[in-house]
Design a protein around this ligand. Sequence first.
Ligand code: 2PG
Ligand code: MG
Length: 473
Amino acid sequence: MSVQEYLDKHMLSRKLEDAVNAAVRAKTPDPVLFISNHMKKSVQSVITKVKARQILDSRGIPTVEVDLHTNKGVFRASVPSGDSSGMYEAVELRDGDKGVYLGNGVAKAVKNINDKISEALVGMDPTLQSQIDQAMIDLDKTEKKGELGANAILAVSIAACKAGAAEKEVPLYRHIADLYGKVSPMLPVPAFTVISGGKHAGNNLAIQEIMILPTGANRFVEALQMGTETYHHLKAVITEKYGTHDCNVGESGGFAPNVSSFREALDLVKEAIRRAGYTDKIQIALDVAATNFCIGTRYDLDFKSPQKSGQNFLSAEDMVELYRELCNDFPIVSIEDPFDKEDWEHIKRFSSTGICQVVGDDLLMSNVKRIERAILEYACNALLLKINQVGTVTEVIEVVKQAKEAHWGVVTSHRCGETIDSFIADLSVGLSVGQIKAGAPCRGERLEKYIQLLRIEEELGDQAVYCGVDWKQ
Ligand code: 2PG
Ligand code: MG
């Protein structure tokens, strides 16, 4: 090919001339940079390669990280993983070879990305999120993404979403809002985990998480300050009462004092809020994760204490009464998984009291059919959204729509095994969900989400709206 033929084939003379003219019109002080950006924009972005690797989550358990390459850049994402898992959620593919990472390796999921998914997506436009997600769903062919692994699919889906935002030159939350079909991003109220128990900590407390919600803040930056100050006051309260060894923390950073009852733990939190000066401005949420200590139809609140386990059971009726009393004595506004995940009868009964927001996590497993049933039966009134139980960004958006159409609250959630990916922060702003729980205001993998929310608030400036008292959205 001659030089002239090459120039003609790529219409280089015309494109260069256009770029030069644009630079002159803009009177830019740096024309070379302007021209190079102008030329770059005129090229459509396509996925050129998807490369995955096995990394570790915050618990030291393998998970998937992916680099999605386009002709314009490299976009990275990783997926979290949790303790609770069930038959209705998307399948997390693990190798099962007990000799390697105790069976938790994700080499198969990584290989699926590097071979099959990469091949299927090369050449696609990263702004077309639903087409990318559908291509992976089609390739997988199973109902719960068990062939390729939801951990493989979600990592790629998030990375593509980041690439799509970059191609549009908009912040990630804005791109997500566009995908959802709405335009008013809002900063969610954070639910900071301050006390950990259940499967997340080695103390005797049955309940998994006690969280604080700075609903009385005016801005997210203020909410972060209020939550963090209270967290530190709580450390002092625990130290005074039990000594420093009870300030060890659980998997998502909440303190794990060796308290023996819900009430004892809540008293500590109430006192910390008082000392911080935020009574009436900070409210409390619980994740009971009651499935973990439901034996038959009864609840063993001492399930982690070898001497007492199996001796003191509460019936579901007793649990309803307990919640009623606690909501009366403490500023509790939300309770997640108050009963076993199959105890539809009592969660319905409890929700009908209207005492507080009732969040379905293990109950729903972010599964469309379970959510549908819960909506029809008025079983709960908020969704705990765990994106790795869903598997693609497009389906996550659909699930949020489903919950919002039923006028439910939505809580975007971290998992106990987290990475430093802050995608859920942008997701919660872009979808205006109103609530996010991402652990304590400490530990890098938790903070990354909260700090991303700070950055977003700063970037939105005067346009930033913090949900605050409207946290239920
Ligand atoms: C939960 C989550 C997050 P896990 O139950 O809400 O705290 O825990 O990731 O262990 O399922
Ligand atoms: Mg939960």
